[in-house]
Design a protein. Structure first.
Lengths: 529, 409
């Protein structure tokens, strides 16, 4: 676990199957370069945590200790350890930063932080990246943390994975978690916990189930301790070492938005309308489908159109894939959807629904997204609506960096969802003056073979590999065009941007992008100032 | 002599625009400072563009501050030129190439169901306006532009007419009230404006005066096609003069009514159900029908209430109006659909045209449907209904195949 301390960030670069130059050693750890879609299968056995014994745990079931600091110390917190957290408390999270405050106060160095995602509230951690408390982050770097990383502010090399990729890496033993800290809106003293109840309720805890199972030590932190049993549980106390009670694990209004909102932008509404019309005309929308629409303003609007179309046709979606929102809950309650399968609840209505509706199912990311699994649910989804910061004319996509090189977003479930039967990206052709369709992606996050349809306000491009969709849309009133035509339109309006000031040196690699099978798809290089 | 000028917009919420401060100096060459969120990708190009414009106007020493929020080149050029022309006297114009896609003209009888108002000095709204497929866009130099921004807005509107693709929407400009509006003409007439909206019109003499200026400019720029006029009636006097105005010139293609100003003129409140303007609206429709031109209704100002908008349009259609202004792209679809022929109208028209085709195919001179004879104007109206239904996607162009099959079955 501490071998990265003296290693170079990235070494032994090769060109992978996607034509990108990537390291084969990162933070001292060996990596496999991307081999192509479906070309890499690992062998061996999954990782397993040490065998515990009831002898080491109180027979009365009371695992509470008086502070997080004590719990961390009892877990043996020391230099070079790997600490994981989840992002269910989103921008209202008060626990993640606290871990590193404690580590710093105790002089601990070179930690690896493995969050399932980071948020603007994690900006205070920049000081720990600077002083060496945190060596590097494996997860997502959003906003300020990402910017800091882009300018070379991280000692080690960041590793970005999809939600499914994170499960894969933990299960395959690529990331060995020493201590998992699971903030839980309700828990009992044994460590059983749920996200559905309590003042800090976030609905589900789907991202932390893998941490619970694979970490050496597991700490549950709650602000709502209830008498045993905390049932139905999402976190199982049999995996938990310590329970800590604090005043507040999160700021409720920042954990879930009161209401998620459909976009008001007329341009985005048009994208949504065209997307829905496309799905209807191509015969994608039908009785019994599975859909995922996400929580972005545009995709919510697509969801509303789906709701209306299903209802008008007397159809039902068999399942909707979370993150869930009030709009998806309405589909469930309106009888146009049988199940919500959910690893993440985005608003208060969604939290209520998880609590009350037996058909709103909390799910692990393992079931939905993990690629090293005996199948997963994403390939069963008929229509998935996604975004992108950049696309090239071969439909390859970027979701983590902007064209100026700054790393500002995580991969999230994006790579995983590309495996759905039809992936549709409603995106504006340019944002301010910056075109979305480029000759050369700043960062490759998803191979174009898996991206089927791009809907922009100036035309819809169908991936030429999808001859079936091409055939179905022949004669449509929708403006079906090629990616090249879309690019030409954007370039005519915006002009062609200059090359961004991004280093091309191997030693300036600040992050790598993993593919769902654990191979290295691309690198992110330092932005020069 | 004035040596400092500004133009453009900045601040929270401003997008696709820039704010430029120009100071003419006597020495030191060009000093250009750019702050921009797209600086990494376009900083050099912005600087080059600014330098090019200064060169064009022979300015060798100047300090320029550009606070950019993602403006496209034609916006930067409009802001820069507006700054320069506040400081130096010149007849030169800095014109970017005219987009060939914009070189179309429009017909007098063209449908004008939806006309999307765009504040003339807000480029972010203009760039994507055409994608919402209104029948027309209106670049507004009048009420949507603050008094102190009137000057710079003219450059913005001119550059928009030249360089923004509105995807075949009729290109309209609302000029300022006559006589101030006459000064607007030279920024729009040479740049293929299709139609000019004339606000607060109160008499045929205003139209005649306007046309004299238009003709003068057309001659100067060798423009031969028609430039249409749509006077807006916004006062009690205007209503009384409606027919005079409608027949003032052959290029008047429609009258529009502006109810905010009209109700203010009457000293009454504008209500949703609109009984206070019933007389004015009826007079306007009647004047237009008598003159053989289109009658266009006032805008509906609650952009969030689609149900109320729909009811409003249906009332408007029932009164005889041919279209309505839109102040938000969301209104376009509702207005279009409500003005579109209804299913029973289409059904009836299909029967009439089918009977007409059968008569033609059989070489019969008389068209009959059931026991009724059908006159030529009825056929013509039915044709128009079907054409409209087809353009609006309510009917397939091959409707007759299905229609015949249904009859056989």
């Amino acid at each position: 676990m501490i071998k990265h301390m003296h290693a170079m960030k990235c070494e032994k670069f090769v060109v992978n199957a996607a034509g990108r130059r990537v390291p084969t050693i990162v933070n001292g750890q060996k990596m496999v370069p991307f081999k192509g879609i479906g070309k890499y299968k690992p062998s061996g056995r999954k990782y397993a945590p040490p065998i515990p014994s009831c002898l080491d745990y109180p027979s009365n079931g009371d695992k509470t200790v008086h502070s997080l600091e004590e719990a961390l110390k009892r877990c043996g917190l020391k230099n070079g350890m790997t600490i994981s957290t989840h992002h269910h408390l989103r921008d209202g999270d008060l626990v993640s930063n606290l871990i590193f405050d404690i580590a710093n106060a105790n002089g601990i160095k070179d930690l690896t932080w493995v969050p399932s995602a980071s948020f603007p509230c994690n900006e205070p951690l920049i000081k720990y990246l600077e002083d060496g408390t945190i060596h590097h982050i494996e997860g997502s770097m959003n906003g300020a943390l990402g910017k800091h990383t882009s300018y070379g502010g991280m000692k080690g090399c960041a590793i970005l994975r999809s939600h499914g990729g994170r499960v894969q890496a933990i299960q395959d033993g690529e990331v060995k978690i020493d201590i998992a800290v699971i903030a839980a809106p309700s828990a009992d003293c044994f460590g059983n916990a749920t996200g559905a109840e309590g003042d800090s309720a976030c609905g589900v805890l789907g991202y932390s189930l893998v941490d619970m199972m694979y970490a050496d030590k597991v700490i549950v932190v709650t602000d709502n301790l209830i008498p045993f049993p905390c049932m139905p549980f999402q976190i199982q106390g049999n995996y938990v070492d310590y329970v800590v009670v604090v005043d507040k694990i999160g700021i409720p209004e920042k954990i879930v938005s009161g209401t998620t909102q459909v976009t008001k932008s007329p341009d985005r509404l048009l994208l949504a309308q065209w997307t829905a019309q496309f799905c209807a005309e191509a015969g994608l929308l039908r009785d019994g489908i599975g859909i995922q629409t996400g929580a972005g303003g545009t995709s919510l609007s697509v969801g509303l159109h789906f709701h209306e179309q299903l209802k008008n046709n007397g159809w039902k979606a068999r399942f909707g894939f979370g993150g869930s929102t009030q709009y998806m809950v309405k589909m469930l309650e309106d009888g146009v959807m049988d199940y919500i399968l959910d690893a993440q609840a985005f608003d208060l209505e969604a939290v209520r629904s998880v609590r009350e509706n037996k058909n709103h199912i909390d799910l692990s990311v393992y079931q939905s997204y993990n690629f090293h699994s005996k199948g997963n649910y994403t390939s069963l989804i008929d229509i998935v609506i996604l975004g992108a910061t950049e696309l090239d004319t071969n439909f390859n996509g970027n979701v983590v960096t902007h064209s100026d090189g700054l790393l500002l977003h995580g991969i999230g479930g994006w790579q995983n969802c590309l495996h759905a039967k039809c992936t549709i990206l409603p995106i504006p052709l340019f944002r301010d003056r910056i075109p979305v369709i480029v000759d050369q992606l700043t960062t490759l996050c998803g191979p174009g073979e898996l991206i089927d349809v791009v809907v922009t306000e100036r035309g819809i491009a169908i991936n030429p590999l999808r001859t079936d969709l091409m055939d179905k849309m022949r004669g449509s009133s929708l403006p079906i065009v090629s990616m090249q035509e879309l690019k030409a339109q954007a370039d005519a309006i915006c002009g062609i941007p200059d090359k961004a000031p991004i280093s091309d040196k191997d030693e300036d690699t600040v992050a790598i992008i993993k593919w769902v099978d654990g191979t290295v798809l691309d690198t992110v290089r330092k932005v020069l100032v | 002599m004035k040596t400092f000028a500004t133009a453009g917009n900045k601040g929270k919420g401003v997008r696709s625009d820039c704010f430029i401060s120009l100071e003419l100096t006597s020495q030191g060459g060009m000093e250009i400072n750019i702050t921009s969120k797209v600086k990494a990708l376009f900083g050099k190009q912005i600087e080059k563009e600014i330098k090019g414009i200064l060169d064009y106007f022979h300015i060798n020493h100047a300090k320029v501050d550009v606070e950019d929020s993602g403006a496209i080149p034609l916006v930067i050029a409009a802001r820069m030129e507006a700054c320069i022309k506040q400081l130096i006297q010149t007849d030169k114009e800095y014109l970017l190439p005219f987009l060939q896609a914009n070189a179309y003209t429009t017909n007098k009888e063209k449908h004008r169901f939806t006309r999307l108002y765009l504040p003339g000095n807000t480029p972010s709204l203009a760039i994507n306006a055409g994608i919402h497929q209104p029948d027309a866009i209106i670049l507004d130099l009048e009420d949507a532009v603050a008094y102190e921004k009137k000057y710079e807005a003219r450059f913005m509107v001119r550059n928009a007419l030249r360089g923004i693709d509105f995807y075949n929407a009729e290109r309209m400009v609302r000029i300022n009230q006559i006589p101030n509006g006459l000064e607007d003409l030279k920024y729009i007439i040479p740049h293929n404006v299709n139609l000019i909206l004339v606000p607060k019109c109160e008499g045929a003499d205003q139209i005649k005066l306007l046309n004299e200026h238009i003709e003068e400019l057309k001659k100067q720029h060798s423009i031969s096609h028609d430039i249409w006029l749509m006077p807006i009636i916004e006062s009690a006097l205007g209503v009384m003069k409606a027919f005079d105005i409608a027949t003032a010139a052959p290029n008047v293609v429609a009258l529009a009514i502006g109810l905010e100003d009209y109700t203010a003129d009457l000293g009454v409140k504008r209500t949703a159900e609109g009984s206070e303007s019933f007389f004015a609206r009826s007079v306007l429709v009647n004047a237009c029908r008598a003159a053989g031109i289109q009658a266009i209704d006032s805008v509906f100002s609650d952009v969030s209430d689609m149900e109320a908008l729909k009811n409003n349009v249906l009332r408007s259609k029932a009164l005889g109006f041919d279209g309505m202004g839109c102040i938000h792209p969301r209104q376009i679809k509702v207005i279009k659909e409500s003005f579109a022929p209804e299913s029973d109208e289409i059904e009836k028209a299909m029967k009439i045209i089918n009977a007409y085709m059968i008569a033609k195919e059989n070489g019969l001179g008389v068209v009959s449907l059931g026991t009724k004879m059908i006159d030529a104007p009825v056929v013509k109206r039915a044709e128009r209904t079907l054409q409209l239904a087809i353009t609006m996607g309510k009917l397939s162009p091959q409707w007759r195949e299905g229609f015949l099959n249904n009859v056989v079955n």
